[in-house]
Write a protein that binds this ligand. Sequence first.
Ligand code: AP5
Length: 190
Amino acid sequence: MLNIVLFGPPGAGKGTQSEKLIAQYNLAHLSTGDLFRKHLGEGTELGKLAQKYMDDGNLVPDSVVIDMVKDKIASTTDAKGFIFDGFPRTVPQAEALDQMLGEFETTISGMVALDVPDEELKARLLERGKTSGRADDQNEEKINNRIQVYKNETLPVAEFYEQQGKFNKIHGVGTIDGIFSEIRGVVDQF
Ligand code: AP5
């Protein structure tokens, strides 16, 4: 199986590049942000719980995220692998993912980390906020908080994979196709 962690700050292009990776490698997409937004749209208890955290750009508690990911992996059949987008976001989530994949006798093939300067992230998200309807894109204060949460709570996940020799950094500024071509260069070595 080809299991990729697509990593990066809010607005780095994880969702955008995931779509291209899915088409190229025939993988299942597991975006925890998308799963929470689906629950939110359906008005489930899980969605209501997640909304409190998401609206302000804070992380949903690990236990809630991990249970949701377990269910998603267990209910996905016939996949050649997964793109994990926005997950893991904490070291306990990364450890839980290793354990989950171990149960299926597979593992993370590698991490692709998109590196984008803060000013570019803010500009992208403020622009998207005009039309996306995402509460967490609506103002600069929320966007700044998401970037800060990423630095404080999520960056250690990069070190977790670096220690396993699985960390690969890509410059995430430029054309979408140009960045995808760089990602392919890395993924083809996994
Ligand atoms: P999530 O949905 O994962 O949001 P995020 O990480 O903040 O990422 P975004 O979706 O904003 O950005 P992206 O990197 O996917 O970029 P995109 O391709 O969209 O999480 C939302 C919330 O859910 C979290 O804050 C948290 O509360 C909760 N959550 C989710 N997962 C969790 C977890 N594991 N643990 C705990 N809580 C969790 O691109 C952004 C914009 O830029 C788009 O408009 C796009 O068109 C544009 N763009 C993309 N590439 C380029 C380019 N090369 N040049 C110019 N513009 C570009």
